[in-house]
Design a protein around this ligand. Structure first.
Ligand SMILES: [Zn+2]
Length: 268
C-alpha cells in the first residue's frame, strides 16, 4: 500500500516522539528547562533601566557569578526517581543542582551558575541568601540509613570538580542542618563528614584536643564558625549532628567543648 507523504511524515514524527519519550522520561521537563533558561538569558541581555541622573556605560570586563558554598542534603524520600519527580513538578518549588542515587548514579539537574531552591530560610555567618551563593547536592537516603560507598564515591567526584571549577574554600562544604538549625536535620548522623574532610571537603577537629581555656565562650565560638545562635539549643544540636554525631543531646559536654574550641580556632 502506498501512503500519502503527509501520513508517512506524521507516522515518523509520532514514532520519533514516542521513542524519545520512552528513552528519556524527562523530555518534557527538559523542554520547560530550556524555555526558562531562555527567559533568564533575556533578562541578562537587557540593559537595565537607569534612574534620573544615571547613564548606562556597559563595561567590557565581566563573567558569571560563581557558587562559593556546597550544601549537602539527604532527600528523606524513598528513591532517587521519587526525588527527580519532586524536583520537576513546579508546584513543589524545590530543587537541587545534583541528585546522587544509592548506586552512585549522578543526576545533574541545574546549571551550576543558576540558583536552585534547596536551602530555604537559612543563615551561615552573615550570609542569609544561601541559595544564591551555593550548590545544592541531594543524596538519596530515607533520612535514617547509612550512605553507600558508591554514593560517597560519586559525591567525592562531584565535590572535586566543584572545588576545582569554582575555587570553593575547604570550610564551605557544609550540611543543610548547619545552615538551618531547628528546621533541618540533614544529612543524618551517618554522614561521613570526617572522611570527606580528609579529602579536602569541610573541616574536622584534630585527633588530639587541647583543654578549653577558662574564658572560652561556646556560643561565641558557634557564631564564629557560622551557626545561627538565635536559638542556642538548636545551634548546639546542628553542631553535634555534624561534628560529634554519636551524641545528639542539646548540651555541650566537656569533650564537645574541646571539639568546638579546636574547630573555632580553625575558623578564626
Ligand atoms: Zn535538605
Amino acid at each position: 500500500m502506498k501512503l500519502p507523504i503527509y501520513q508517512i511524515v506524521s507516522a515518523c514524527l509520532l514514532a520519533v516522539t514516542i521513542t524519545s519519550c520512552a528513552s528519556n522520561p524527562y523530555a518534557v521537563t527538559n523542554r520547560i528547562y530550556k524555555k526558562q533558561t531562555k527567559e533568564l538569558a533575556k533578562t541578562i541581555r537587557e540593559i537595565p533601566a537607569t534612574q534620573a541622573g544615571q547613564d548606562w556605560a556597559g563595561t567590557t570586563n565581566f563573567s558569571l557569578r560563581k557558587p562559593n558554598y556546597v550544601i549537602i542534603h539527604h532527600t528523606a524520600q524513598n528513591s532517587a526517581e521519587q526525588t527527580l519527580k519532586t524536583f520537576t513538578m513546579p508546584k513543589t518549588q524545590v530543587s537541587a543542582h545534583y541528585v546522587i542515587a544509592k548506586d552512585g548514579k549522578v543526576y545533574h539537574m541545574l546549571n551550576d551558575y543558576l540558583r536552585a531552591w534547596h536551602g530555604g530560610s537559612s543563615k551561615w555567618g552573615n550570609a542569609t541568601d544561601i541559595n544564591s551563593s551555593s550548590i545544592g547536592i541531594e543524596l538519596d537516603n530515607n533520612g535514617y540509613e547509612a550512605f553507600s560507598e558508591s554514593q560517597m564515591g560519586s559525591l567525592v567526584n562531584v565535590l572535586s570538580s566543584l572545588k576545582t571549577n569554582y575555587s570553593i574554600p575547604t570550610a564551605n562544604f557544609i550540611g543543610h542542618s548547619d545552615i538551618a538549625p531547628g528546621r533541618k536535620v540533614d544529612p543524618n548522623a551517618n554522614f561521613p563528614w570526617k572522611d570527606l574532610s580528609e579529602k579536602g571537603f569541610g573541616l574536622w577537629p584534630d585527633a588530639v584536643l587541647d583543654s578549653v581555656p577558662q574564658n572560652f565562650n561556646p556560643p561565641e565560638a558557634l557564631r564564629i564558625i557560622g551557626y545561627d545562635i538565635k536559638n542556642l539549643e538548636y545551634a548546639i544540636r546542628s553542631f553535634k549532628l555534624h561534628f560529634i554525631q554519636n551524641d545528639l543531646s542539646p548540651m555541650l559536654t566537656e569533650f564537645d567543648k574541646q571539639v568546638l574550641y579546636n574547630l573555632y580556632k580553625k575558623y578564626l
